[in-house]
Structures are given as C-alpha cells and as structure tokens.
Design a protein around this ligand. Structure first.
Ligand code: MN3
Length: 275
C-alpha cells in the first residue's frame, strides 16, 4: 500500500524560512478553516526533506487530492489498519477510513461538481446555499480525517509518549503542565455535544496553544487557528470497542498520538506567524 508520504514525492522540503513555506503557512493562516487544516496536513510532507532551493516554487503535494483527476481522493493510511491495536481496533479503523472518510470525499467532490454545473448555467442557482454547506460539512470531514490519520502512529513507533522540544515547552507554558493539558483536552473532547472533534490549535494572534471543541465537522473552530492535533469523537470512531465510554477512547487515543508529526505542524504554523 502506498503511504501518503510515498505519494508526496514532490514536497518542497523547504526550511521554515524559505519563501515556499512562508507562502504556504500564510495562506493557511489567512484562510483559516479548511485552508488552515490543509496546510497543517501538508506539513507532514516535509519527510523526506530535500535542501531548500530559492527557485523551487512547485506546489506542495499533500494527501487527499489527485492532481491528474482534479478531485479529492481518499488518502491511504500511513500504517496498516491493525497498527493501532489494541488502542484503536482494526475493524473501527477499516470502516472509519473506507466508509466514513470515503463518504466525505464523495460528498465534497459532488458538491463541487454541482456548483460548477450551476456556474455554467446548467443547474439550480437556488441550491448554491445547499451545496456550499455540503462543501463545509464534507470538506471538513475530508480534511479532519486526513489530519486525524496523520496525528496517530503505532505505539512505540512514533505514537504515544510525550512531546519534546519547543512544543512541550509551550504546552507547559500555556497549560501549566503536560498532565494539565491532557486533562483539559480529554474533558473538552469528552464534552463535545453529539458528534464532533477535540482539537489542540495554535492561535496566531496570541501566539498561544489552545484546546477547542468542534461540533459536527466544521462548527465552532476559531477562524485563523491552525489545528495541530485532533481527536474524532463521533461515535463511529469508538463505539465498536468503547461503546459509550468516550473518555476511555480519548485516553487510548493519547497512547497513539504522533507527537513528532504534531511538532512539525506546530513549527510550520509558527514559521507562518513570523513571516
Ligand atoms: Mn470520523
């Protein structure tokens, strides 16, 4: 199976201060929402790195989009379906990825096609609002899940443990301690009403880390914040194994968090802020 990393042979490998990374990060910070999430996903393409080149302004590739087809696509997982066992079970991962995430990809592509039809005069312009909402919902689903898979790694092989370096320093600065952050994150994620997400985000105005809730796939996230780490707390993400014990599932998620990846996303977000 191709991994997203293997598909991303055209990543720029730019340093934090190169023109390309500044542009990408600025675009993300300016766009907020889907754009910010997309940029965060692009940060994972920094592997493998090539030396930065000033004239290298080729577009950064990221999982979830097929340039040739001009469509969003389901990205491969960067690990096998059973790799997060026993914390996240294989059946949940398979259904979540192949059914739920694929559904959002399909819904997003459909909405974009319907809007293109309307623009060409071959559609019902009264449905622009409907299809725009579909983009927010399914686009949110696509980007959130693309990031979610990248936020995790098998325990002991990139997943679990604690962050290090600047990310850890700033978690301690902004939450008091890593334990206090975990308690806050678990409580916020556990308290999302109905279906939604818990996120660790970087706020570019205060230049601080924050924990936020997201309802559904797209509501309540502060515009301009860069999502760093998200946990899906829709029931489809945990019900087969954890039933109604959402807190146990969030604890399990913390055992497979890919902190090195999240630290790279954070570096990129901060580089954009300095530019
Ligand atoms: Mn989901």
């Amino acid at each position: 199976m191709d991994t997203p990393a293997a598909n991303n042979t055209n990543n720029a490998g730019a340093t934090a201060d190169s023109p390309l990374s500044r542009r990408a990060a600025l675009a993300a910070l300016g766009a907020g929402g889907l754009g910010a999430l997309a940029s965060a996903a692009a940060a994972q393409t920094a592997q493998p790195r090539r030396p930065a080149r000033d004239d290298d302004d080729r577009p950064r590739r990221m999982p979830g989009w097929d340039d040739e087809k001009g469509e969003f696509v389901l990205p491969d997982l960067p690990y096998p379906y059973d790799a997060l066992e026993p914390h996240i079970d294989e059946q949940t991962m398979r259904i979540h990825h192949q059914r739920h995430h694929q559904g959002y990809v399909n819904g997003l592509n459909r909405a974009l096609k319907e809007l293109a039809k309307i623009r060409s005069g071959d559609g019902d312009s009264g449905l622009i609002k409907h299809w725009s909402r579909e983009i927010s919902f399914h686009g949110g689903g696509h980007i959130n899940h693309t990031l979610f898979w990248l936020c995790m790694a098998p325990e002991g092989r990139g997943g679990g443990g604690e962050p290090s370096g600047m990310l850890m320093e700033h978690i301690r600065r902004d939450f008091g301690s890593f334990d206090a952050f975990k308690t806050h994150f678990k409580a916020a994620s556990g308290a999302v009403e109905a279906s939604g997400w818990g996120w660790l985000v970087y706020d570019p105005i205060s230049q601080r880390l924050m924990v936020m809730q997201m309802e559904k796939q797209q509501d309540m996230l502060l515009t301009g914040c860069v999502p760093l780490m998200g946990v899906d707390v829709w029931e489809h993400a945990y019900y087969l194994k954890y039933q109604n014990r959402r807190g146990d599932y969030v604890d399990a998620f913390m055992k497979v968090v890919n902190w090195p990846y999240i630290a790279r996303v954070y570096e990129r977000a901060r580089a954009g802020q300095r530019a």
